[in-house]
Design a protein around this ligand. Structure first.
Ligand code: SF4
Length: 336
């Protein structure tokens, strides 16, 4: 983990934001690429939002990239380009919650600050055999108190790293490796045989599925028409094919024609299907149906928020993963 070999607060900030809801193995290459493009906080602060999103493409939870970019601007403007060192000042940055602030303060500055990310939550709950729902406010309060109790005076950095590592490689969500755990003789769950039932399992939720119809407009040079998604929504600020949800009972083609009529004010000739992509996002699954289209009436929108992805090469557009897969299918079919 490259971020463990640095004490540079900016690099630690980047790693902690990337590690929110994302596994260590996934973050590795993104971390290296991001820092080679934005090696310091000033460079990040003055970069174009599109370039930041492009460097984040594929990592998901894109609000993190937008917030990190905004945080860099605040660090430059209000903190003289130095990442603040207190939990309070860190927590005031966009996208930095209490646990991330604690982790940065502890790892970068050695503060005696507790953490409570997903791994720490599990480790602390098991160590102290806290059986309540870890997402309830009452249990969360107890977990924070116990996490703070683990921090020895002057050992904030060591404690944060130890809890993170224990959660990542030993105290695993399923089948914790108690026999190899250095805390097995102090762990209340292990002593009482509760390690498999703490934290309690969530009731299985059904993940909604949507059929999404996407219009592929291709220019004679092979460029593909894209539109920027609203910056405050899901996948905000990314570039995607014009697309919408198919309504219940509607055919895919009718759904696409309706979407194009209502949102783009064009009547489209649907030529043929060019690809189907199945993709799971964090809270829902989609099947993206791409149709090659021509316009029969009305012109495609132009200007701000619209663009053409070059037929060859990537350009600087950051695309959601499903749209990127559809581009690959289209290129493959066209022999690009
Ligand atoms: S003994 Fe088992 S349950 Fe307890 S902290 Fe170690 S791995 Fe987790």
């Amino acid at each position: 983990m490259a971020w463990r070999e640095t004490r540079d607060p900016y690099r630690i900030l980047v790693s902690e934001i990337m590690l929110q809801q994302t596994r260590v193995e996934t973050v590795g290459p993104y971390y290296e690429r991001f820092l080679s493009k934005f090696p310091d906080v000033r460079t990040l602060a003055r970069s174009r939002p599109d370039d930041v999103l492009k460097a984040w493409e594929g990592l998901g939870y894109y609000s993190r990239a937008r917030n990190l970019h905004r945080a860099a601007g605040i660090i430059v403007d209000r903190h003289g380009a130095r990442v603040p060192c207190t939990v309070e000042a860190l927590e005031a940055l966009p996208g930095v919650g209490r646990s991330t602030a604690g982790a940065i303060a502890a790892i970068a500055f050695g503060a005696d600050a507790p953490i409570l990310d997903a791994n720490a939550r599990r480790v602390v709950a098991r160590l102290f055999a806290i059986e309540g729902d870890p997402r309830s406010a009452a249990t969360e309060k107890i977990l924070w108190e116990r996490s703070a109790r683990l921090v020895r005076k002057g050992k904030g950095r060591d404690t944060a790293l130890a809890v993170m590592d224990l959660g990542a490689v030993v105290c695993l969500p399923k089948a914790p490796r108690c026999k190899e755990c250095p805390l097995r003789f102090r762990c209340s769950s292990c002593r009482r045989g509760l390690q498999d039932s703490i934290p309690p399992k969530r009731a299985g939720k059904t993940v909604p599925h949507h059929d999404i119809v996407a219009a592929v407009f291709r220019r004679s040079d092979g460029a593909l028409f894209l539109m920027r998604r609203p910056s405050d929504g899901l996948l905000g600020g990314l570039w995607a094919f014009p697309s919408g949800k198919r309504a219940p009972g509607e055919s895919l083609e009718d759904g696409l024609r309706r979407f194009l009529r209502e949102k783009l004010h064009v009547r489209a000739v649907i030529q043929r299907k060019v690809g189907i992509v199945r993709h799971a996002y964090s809270h829902y699954r989609i099947t993206l149906h791409g149709f090659l289209c021509g316009t029969a009436r009305g012109a495609l929108p132009s200007g701000e928020g619209t663009g053409w992805l070059p037929g060859r090469g990537e350009g600087t557009f950051a695309l959601p993963r499903a749209d990127r897969k559809l581009v690959e299918l289209i290129h493959r079919e066209a022999g690009i």
